[in-house]
Design a protein around this ligand. Structure first.
Ligand code: BG6
Length: 489
């Protein structure tokens, strides 16, 4: 099978930070189909040779394990090309058409890694140049719009020129090995399914914490914020994966139908829950690894009076028979105490205590997404025996123990990264790990009342010191239900 992969935004950040390293890894692992070409598209006037040199120089900034040797890069470079296109100039698309028609590959992937404002123009111009053939696939990066209306407008335009099965909306969290494991855990094992419901689960916590700030993306982040950047997509996709019903099979639409049902079942917001159950924060200065770091408002490209949130914590419920009444907490933020993405499933305590234990913990399943990829099952075991009263079981004391599965160790560190996996899936035409338009619209519909509420709320985000777990209001929110965040327990 031959393929041409066209990277719009071929000189941009995403291309050299994530996409090229992922494609190179696939090339190195021998999983990239051999008869392929990667065509960078950008506005700069570069020859293919200059483009290859640019990409090679950028690899110096990529983590060592993912950097090619000179010999490896020479082989990889043989499949790299460049075409100059000013995306706003209809005439320029002819250059691309000529390049693609020269080979007529079996599959053409158009990866639109540009500013979202250009998505519709690119799709329109591809169609106008006859490049929306049945063997074309379009990959759209997030953010797809900034609210429901803009998201729908993009989807409408895309649908005019491409069928839904040709559109791959990427959410790289779905490509993470730990998320694949979550599906395997839930639907490849019978063990947890009977427990996976309101009768046995007290609450579920989804945390995506980053220790980095906004880095060089201040200008982008100013108009985005944590809710649009992380909650509307990554966190809600994790919530779907943890809360969905078992799909009837592993086909893309069977999985996406079930995720859509979760999004549709999320409890609608009320004025009261918008005030009580959603906390926004913004990082102030603080420390990271012992070094002083600036606050968000001091970052380049950021308004010194900015009201953009860099932290969100919220409480929601999935209103259906399986989950009614079980709180789902979502929390994400930048410049938090560590890089830590995890889902914690807190089970209910035993219905009746026969041990004289002063330990107030119930079973807990932790799905670690990063930095480590694994599962922890927290159980209680017989601890030190109380020797003064050996005859009575009532004096036995319990001690917490845990089963710890480290998937990096078990399956090796050379595991397929999220972008690598997703890019190979696009080339193969597998849609399972991509988001359908109706899912995305439903997620926007659900976050929109929060955006509107914030726009009208004079309070603004609560400051939190860099290097902490966010504003204390986030702990107070969860404490109202009698729970605490997993790192506090
Ligand atoms: C991106 C966000 O989608 O995900 C970034 O735009 C964020 O702001 C990143 O840093 C986090 O991804 P990961 O894989 O590093 O957790």
């Amino acid at each position: 099978m031959s393929f041409d992969l066209v990277l719009f935004g071929g000189t941009g950040d995403l291309a050299w930070r994530k996409l090229m390293p992922a494609l190179f890894q696939a090339f190195r692992h021998g999983t990239l189909p051999s008869n392929g070409r990667i065509i960078g598209v950008g506005r700069d006037d570069l020859s293919s040779g200059q483009y290859r040199a640019l990409i090679q120089s950028r690899f110096d900034k990529v983590e060592l394990a993912k950097r090619p040797s000179a010999e490896e890069f020479a082989r990889f470079a043989a499949i790299l090309d460049y075409v100059r296109v000013d995306l706003s100039q209809p005439g320029d698309y002819a250059n691309l058409a000529a390049c693609l028609q020269s080979r007529n590959a079996d599959t053409v992937v158009m990866y639109v890694a540009t500013a979202p404002a250009l998505f519709t123009t690119v799709c329109e111009q591809l169609a106008a140049s006859g490049l929306n053939t049945p063997h074309t696939r379009v990959v759209l990066e997030k953010p797809l719009g900034h609210d429901l209306a803009s998201n729908r407008a993009i989807n409408r335009t895309v649908r005019q020129f491409f069928e839904e099965k040709q559109v791959f909306r990427i959410d790289h969290y779905l490509g993470k090995p730990a998320v694949q494991n979550l599906f395997a855990l839930r639907f490849g094992n019978a063990l947890f399914e009977p427990l996976w419901r309101r009768e046995h689960i007290a609450n579920i916590q989804i945390t995506i914490a980053e220790d980095l700030g906004v880095e060089s993306r201040g200008a982008f982040y100013e108009t985005t914020g944590a809710l649009r950047d992380m909650v509307q997509n990554h966190a809600l996709q994790l919530l779907c994966a943890i809360g969905m019903e078992p799909p009837i099979n592993a086909h893309a639409d069977a999985i996406r139908d079930e995720k859509l049902k979760v999004l549709r079942s999320l409890k609608p917001w009320t004025q009261e829950t918008l005030v009580q159950d959603v906390i926004r924060g913004q990082y102030a200065s603080g420390t990271r690894d012992g070094d002083k770091v600036p606050g968000y408002r001091e970052e380049p490209g950021v308004d010194p009076h900015s009201r953009t949130e860099t932290f969100v914590a919220l409480r929601t419920e999935i209103a259906n028979w399986r989950w009614a009444g079980v709180p789902f907490y979502i929390r994400t933020g930048k410049r938090l105490a560590g890089r830590d993405a995890r889902i914690v499933v807190n089970f209910r305590p035993t219905p009746h205590a026969i041990f004289n234990s002063n330990i107030d913990v119930a079973n807990r399943l932790i799905i670690n997404l990063q930095p480590k990829d694994g599962l922890e099952l927290h159980l209680l075991a017989q601890g030190q025996e109380n020797r003064q009263n050996r005859t009575s079981t009532a004096t036995q004391s319990l001690a917490p123990v845990q089963l710890d599965l480290d998937f990096d160790k078990r399956f090796g560190c050379e595991r397929v990264g999220a972008y690598e996996r997703l890019l190979l899936d696009v080339i193969d035409g597998r849609l399972n790990l991509f988001v359908r338009s109706d899912e995305q619209e439903e997620a926007w519909r659900w976050v929109e009342p929060i955006l509107t509420h914030w726009a009208n709320d004079s309070q603004g985000p609560r400051p939190y010191a860099s290097g902490t777990w966010g504003p204390s209001a986030s702990s107070a929110m969860i404490a109202r239900d009698g729970f605490c965040w997993s790192e506090e327990s």
